[in-house]
Design a protein around this ligand. Sequence first.
Ligand SMILES: Cc1cc2nc3c(=O)[nH]c(=O)nc-3n(C[C@H](O)[C@H](O)[C@H](O)COP(=O)(O)OP(=O)(O)OC[C@H]3O[C@@H](n4cnc5c(N)ncnc54)[C@H](O)[C@@H]3O)c2cc1C
Ligand code: SF4
Length: 467
Amino acid sequence: MSKKTPMREQPPDVRKKNFDEVALGYTLEEAVSEAQRCLQCPTHPCVSGCPVGIDIPGFIRELRNGRLEESYRILKSYNNLPAVCGRVCPQEVQCESRCVVGKMKDSEPVAIGRLERFVADWAAENLEEKVEESAGQRKEKVAIVGSGPAGLTAAADLAKMGYSVDVFEALHKPGGVLVYGIPEFRLPKKIVEREVNYIEKLGVKIFLNTVIGKTVKVKDLLEEYDAIFIGTGAGTPKFMGIPGTNLNGVYSANEFLTRVNLMKAYLFPDYDTPIRVGRRVAVIGAGNTAMDAARSALRLGAEKVYIVYRRTGKEMPARREEYHHALEEGIEFLWLTLPVRYLGDANGNVEAMECVKMELKGVDKSGRPKPVPVEGSNFVLEVDMVIEAIGQGPNRVLLSEFPGLELNERGYIKAEKDTGATSVRSVFAGGDIVTGAATVIEAMGAGKRAAQFIHSYLSGEWDPWQK
Ligand SMILES: Cc1cc2nc3c(=O)[nH]c(=O)nc-3n(C[C@H](O)[C@H](O)[C@H](O)COP(=O)(O)OP(=O)(O)OC[C@H]3O[C@@H](n4cnc5c(N)ncnc54)[C@H](O)[C@@H]3O)c2cc1C
Ligand code: SF4
């Protein structure tokens, strides 16, 4: 029946040569027209699809009445990073998947993410941010380890409740995956900086270049703070471990994206960090990380970029929008394909990879269709760069240093789902370090819930460690 108001974008031929943001956002007229598609359902099922429970009909109502400041206040009261979420949340499986308008015949859901982005961007341009610093009004101190979406959300909410909050971050910039993983063309870094600045204005102190477990000992943290939240993410790359992995030109997506995004290697030599990009690049995997790596390689001048995935497009975990953008930019998808070894030249540089075709048979342990090799289907693909994006594991530095902290069988922290409480008294955890690689908004949801329960614990209302 009705479709989403389209959002303007850079044309594929132009954008594949630059790192500027692809999606250009709505104009006010477009935003209001999209907001008018919302039915203002009294049951608002969209809200139950949002891990931080934004009052979606509320902010849309204010927007369509032209009350943009009120709309922004509603958004910001639930979500500390709306300009980020409006851009990177997989809305198609969250709020928008529940939208009533999307359930009607031939109709698309209300573009909740685009509207959230519009309001947050409007506020950045038009509002003098009024922040009331409340941090420090209470005597208790909370330490947050990691400045990704989980840590930043917990920090902001606790500061609003009056706690003194110190965030410790291993890298030289705050933001976690938002700064080192997701590229500029999807999430401009000035937007992350702006939202982090707001959190600092609440009174949160961020200590950079501080690896907890090394620079600062866990013991000292436990002594100095009344509660700790661990949000260290899942930033350790996994490798397939097939022959040839050590050849020059084989990267983890983590290294490749960190060089490109955090160290701005795409601006080399203006920035010091170099990046070597091949002519023909294969990216292994089909999640958001793989799409980001493939599209970055293209922008750095690769002539041909393949995404190589052992299942099909149906099982691919990437956001649909990123997949479509990658397709439009000319990335080629090799479905049902698994690399079995990398082949090198006499100088130790990768020059090709041998792959086998797969078929889907039955289901695996995770309940997804199980890919199995088709005998005799091996073939060789000529490539001079390979980026493995097959998943990430937990950051271990802190975990190995933490006495009594229980981990699950996959090496992630065991924490209560609803509260974030871990096995160690006064220590909470949330985000990817508990769930494994997930999404920005889920990490934020975990940070928000933990902040609530840290407050209940420090107020003496609740104590899960009392036996
Ligand atoms: C390339 C890529 C693209 C993605 N795209 C999307 C997307 O489009 N949409 C989406 O919803 N999700 C996406 N994700 C997933 C999403 O980014 C993560 O789920 C989310 O960032 C997890 O947040 P977090 O706070 O748990 O951890 P992180 O963002 O990983 O942050 C953890 C922080 O902790 C720091 N740290 C680790 N150990 C220590 C220590 N010992 N001491 C101090 N600091 C430490 C790290 O340096 C890091 O800054 C993507 C992930 C990647 C890798
Ligand atoms: S479900 Fe859709 S139409 Fe209903 S309130 Fe939410 S956004 Fe509006």
